[in-house]
Write a protein that binds this ligand. Structure first.
Ligand SMILES: [Zn+2]
Length: 707
């Protein structure tokens, strides 16, 4: 029998009923689970509420009685960590229905690594090309950098880190590693990197940073993510969610006027200007950016420049002044490595050269350094450079002023350059031998090899060493390219220094004469004219600061002489440059007297630098062994001292007289000005950087009236 239509319909209804029943049962099961979840969430919330209620009390308890800011910071995060870890455990137990939640809490509560900058660099930093040691960064190759880097770690209490250094010891790598650490490890800190100028930022900093980001995998990942949608610009790199590395120039107030910033790097800080466009010191602008942060950090780095104007030297002087002490391989005494510039100290870097004079021909030879070694300060034994690697590894930074806590200063010179990664001791000695007699080369050596500021402005000179350089020449018998005089006018006498000049401003003192007499009367001036004629003086500068009318009258009658007026200010050149002088003479042509402004401060600086030169040659000053050049003369010559003072936060320099009479120095400055003012060319002056002015030509007629 076949099935009827009604049978089929009944069967379909049965199936529908079964399906409906199954749907209902599923829905019922879901409802139960949902309710269980709600219950679990409610109990979890109770757990969280309880934990959060405990947290403030636990935190307060954790920091009770703690004074140190850094420890406080870590105690607080430890307390929070304890609460969250406990919470994760309780959350897991409180509800088996929510297994993932407890796990999430525990993961969130995982403490961040207390990673130091040097550890970060060893783990993550890569150097590929253009370096002596390509491959993974290895702090143990430059062990002295470890503590410097770690002063910059987030958990270090150090507020400012100063690195005063020679070239090529890795100072910028410290900076790069700190940037990498901030970007990759801390991830949320803004950082301001300041170069001396915007131009240097674009030319030097940006390419170096781009190289580091490209070479170091964890950093290239970070930056490429954000640079996909926002092109990173010259002045800012954005990374992570909201963090930035802002790059600026100390010559641009606009580039420093960013938001508040906790971390600052000032690179080549000794090249920063002292004032930018009337907005004051760029360092003050930078400081203002950091003011709101109690945990701000700064890294100042530079090779030094010139004493008194060198920011890194000033910054180091305010720090705890660390030096890297390494043990002697013979006696174990720890000492910092020094270069003996004077040749008079028993210890330090020593060397042996080939002869300086050919014994047969008498020809002066350029000496070659045959070997160099270090003489221990303690035991006096010689240390070969082969020991250096072990010495560096066993070294430690020792503070000169350990009572200063939050400002650390590190100073290092080229003697520490790791074997194979920088200059050798022999290279250093050869460089020093080669640059003798060339002031600008010597300055470069002191700055970039010794990491010291150059005392260019001859802060003071030692009269004893001047006396020891008296020579047995007969000045009246010698032939000179030019003979000049510098005359100082006192009430009861005239004093004049006569100098003979050779190639490149090499100078031979001829005489220093004192002509007694009332300088308001003509007699003593006649004596001066006779004296200058006798010595064949071709050019003279006479100080017009006293009895000016008599000086003008003398200069009218004797056209080789000009009145000079001493002007203070270390920025003023010994004589005006030609352009400025022409403009002045044009403006003042109708006035009566032409008085040459003499930059006496630079004049003294120039002479003091030259009086410190050790070997005859361009710029050297010779003194004859005659009765004139006695103790009193040299005491007067060394009667002044250049001192650095502060005006607000800005250093400035000033010559201070250390004894009552200093006519000898004034006369020599004027005689030197007379040489520069004369039209006699002595070829190029020796390469000292202080007085670039060339001898000016007289482009306007001098109109000097009588009294
Ligand atoms: Zn020793």
């Amino acid at each position: 029998m076949s099935a009827t239509l009604s049978d089929l319909q009944t069967e379909r209804e049965k199936l529908r009923a079964l399906a409906a029943k199954s749907d209902y049962e599923t829905a019922l099961a879901d409802t139960t689970s949902h309710r269980a979840l709600l219950d679990a969430a409610a109990s979890l919330r109770a757990v969280i509420d309880r934990a959060m209620a405990n947290l403030p009390g636990m935190m307060l308890q954790a920091i009770e009685g703690e004074q140190d800011e850094t420890r406080t910071h870590f105690l607080l995060s430890d307390a929070a960590l304890t609460v969250l870890t406990a919470l994760g455990g309780e959350a897991e137990q409180s509800s088996a229905a929510l297994p993932a939640v407890g796990e999430q809490f525990r993961r969130g509560a995982k403490p961040r690594d207390l990673l130091a900058v040097s550890q970060w660099a060893d783990r993550h930093r890569w150097l590929r090309s253009g370096t002596n040691a390509p491959g993974r960064w290895n702090t143990s190759l430059t062990p002295y950098l470890r503590e410097i880097m770690d002063s910059l770690s987030e958990h270090s209490p150090v507020r400012s880190t100063t690195f005063k250094k020679s070239s090529g010891v890795g100072g910028s790598e410290v900076m790069m590693n700190w940037m990498g650490y901030v970007m990759h490890h801390l991830r949320n800190k803004d950082m301001l990197v300041v170069m001396p100028t915007l131009e240097l930022r674009d030319r030097s900093l940006n390419p170096r940073m781009a190289k580091m980001l490209a070479e170091t995998e964890v950093l290239s990942e970070l930056v490429s993510k954000s640079s996909r949608d926002k092109a990173n610009r010259a002045d800012v790199i954005e990374y992570g969610a909201h963090a930035r590395i802002i790059r600026s120039g100390a010559n641009s107030p606009d580039s420093l006027r960013s938001d508040h910033i906790a971390y600052v790097i000032a690179d080549e800080v000794s090249a920063f200007p002292w004032d930018i466009g009337g907005e004051g010191d760029p360092m003050t602008l930078i400081d203002n950016r950091q003011r709101t942060f109690s945990r701000a950090k700064s890294y100042f780095i530079s090779t030094p420049t010139t004493v008194g104007r060198c920011r890194i030297t000033l910054q180091y002087a305010r720090s705890d002044q660390r030096r890297y002490h390494v043990p002697c391989p013979h006696c174990g005494a720890k000492q910092h490595l020094e270069f003996d510039r004077t040749g008079k100290v028993a210890y330090g870097l020593k060397w042996r050269t080939t002869p300086t004079v050919d014994e047969e021909t008498g020809e002066v030879l350029r000496p070659q350094v045959l070997s160099a070694w270090y003489t221990c300060k303690q035991c006096g034994d010689d240390i070969s450079e082969a020991h250096k690697t072990n010495m560096l590894a066993a070294g430690e930074w020792i503070a000169g002023k350990p009572h200063i806590k939050r400002a650390r200063g590190y100073h290092i010179n080229a003697l520490y350059a790791p074997v194979g990664l920088g200059v050798s001791w022999r290279d250093i000695a050869q460089k020093w031998v080669d640059c003798q007699g060339d002031t600008s080369e010597m300055k470069a050596f002191v700055n970039t090899y010794l990491g010291e500021a150059w005392a260019e402005l001859g802060d003071s000179i030692d009269e004893i060493s001047l006396i020891s350089r008296l020579e047995g020449y007969e000045p009246l018998d010698m032939k000179f390219r030019l003979r000049t005089a510098g005359v100082d006018v006192q009430k009861n006498r005239l004093e004049a220094t006569y100098i003979g000049w050779g190639e490149k401003e090499e100078a031979w003192l001829i005489d220093h004469v004192i002509l007694p007499g009332d300088t308001a009367q003509p007699e003593v001036w006649r004596d001066l004219a006779d004296s200058m004629r006798e010595y064949g003086i071709q050019s003279a500068v006479i100080d017009s600061g006293y009895n000016a009318s008599m000086v003008y009258a003398f200069c009218t009658a004797h056209r080789y002489a000009v009145p000079g007026k001493g002007m203070a200010g270390t920025a003023r050149p010994l004589i005006e440059d030609e352009r400025r002088r022409t403009a002045r003479l044009r403006r003042r042509a109708k006035r009566q007297h032409i008085v040459e402004p003499i930059g006496v401060d630079q004049g003294k600086a120039l002479l003091y630098a030259r009086l410190k030169m050790e070997t005859p040659g361009p710029g050297y000053i010779h003194f004859p062994r005659t009765p004139t050049f006695d103790d009193e003369y040299f005491a007067q010559l060394s009667a002044e001292k250049l001192v650095t003072r502060m005006r607000g936060s800005r250093p400035f320099q000033e010559w201070v007289q250390t004894r009552a009479r200093n006519e000898a120095l004034d006369c020599m400055v004027y005689a030197t000005a007379a040489m520069r003012l004369s039209r006699v060319s002595l070829s190029a002056p020796p390469p000292d950087t202080q007085t670039p002015a060339a001898a000016p030509r007289r482009t306007a007629r001098r109109i000097v009236s009588g009294v």
